[in-house]
Design a protein around this ligand. Structure first.
Ligand code: URA
Length: 257
């Protein structure tokens, strides 16, 4: 790995800054001052020092996790199981979650030890798109769909959401989908109630945003699953509670947001 990349990834500074530090003679490789930022080092063998302090390398790790319902997106919790309890002791070291999903929401959650990555994806100005699949109690008229696509008022009617993309998947009475819905742990006493399923893509991350948006048009979410962040889709081969590394292609698409 290049020396300047190593120092930037080890949080010594931004790429531009660490190049200056190297040129200023502040960095030593195996006890010798090095002034060329582009030299290659072996981060596992070489001893790198910045201002006489050894720089420990922490490799950046990015996981895609398929969150099950019933666990919370937090590092630790006294009462509930957390998403990190699904990671091995080795894999969970230094990791944190990128954004949150509600306790009863399933699906795609990114986990990383890269603070810049988390900051970039979560920054409100970056408007990263997130797509959810939902089942809701109620029905959605064309007018409701238009409202959601234009933006609806949530949080006591005071906050207008950014426009969402909507795609209706199916609708009818609960009894028409009973088998499918029971597999998702959705049980209704009255089988003649209307239900609707679909996809919603939002570019904000307010608390309970999808639930609030659907509520604003008279629907109650029964099931919610995040299936995509930007262009990265939840891997259908991942069972609930499983995780895997993001591929280079997935990382590139997220870094280019
Ligand atoms: N919107 C919600 O309402 N809940 C989630 O978990 C994510 C988005």
């Amino acid at each position: 790995m290049r020396l300047d990349k190593f120092l930037a990834q080890s949080s010594i500074g931004k790429r531009k800054e660490v190049r200056i530090y190297i040129k200023e003679g502040k960095v030593r490789v195996n006890e010798k001052v090095v002034t060329v930022p582009a030299i290659n080092i072996d981060e596992k063998i070489d001893k790198i020092e910045y201002l006489n302090n050894v720089v420990e390398y922490s490799e950046k790790v990015y996981y895609m996790f398929n969150k099950p319902s019933g666990c919370i997106t937090a590092k630790i919790d006294k009462e509930h199981k957390t998403v990190f309890e699904f990671l091995s002791e080795e894999d969970k070291k230094g990791m944190f979650h990128v954004g949150r999903l509600d306790k009863d929401t399933e699906g795609l959650l990114l986990l990383t030890n890269d603070g810049d990555f988390e900051h970039k994806l979560m920054h409100p100005e970056n408007h990263v798109c997130k797509t959810y699949f939902f089942w809701a109690l109620g029905s959605l008229s064309n007018e409701d769909i238009k409202s959601l696509e234009n933006g609806v008022n949530i949080i006591k009617g005071r906050v207008l959401t950014r426009p969402a993309k909507m795609k209706i998947h199916d609708y009818g009475l609960f009894k028409d989908f009973e088998d499918e819905l029971k597999k998702l742990n959705i049980n209704l006493k009255n089988c003649n109630q209307s239900v609707v399923s679909g996809y919603i893509t939002i570019s904000e991350g307010r608390k309970h945003q999808v639930k609030r948006m659907l509520k604003a048009v008279g629907c109650n979410i029964l099931y919610l699953k995040r299936i995509a962040i930007g262009e990265v889709m939840l891997d259908t081969k991942l069972n609930l509670g499983e995780y895997r590394h993001l591929t280079e292609k997935e990382l590139q698409s997220l870094f280019s947001i």
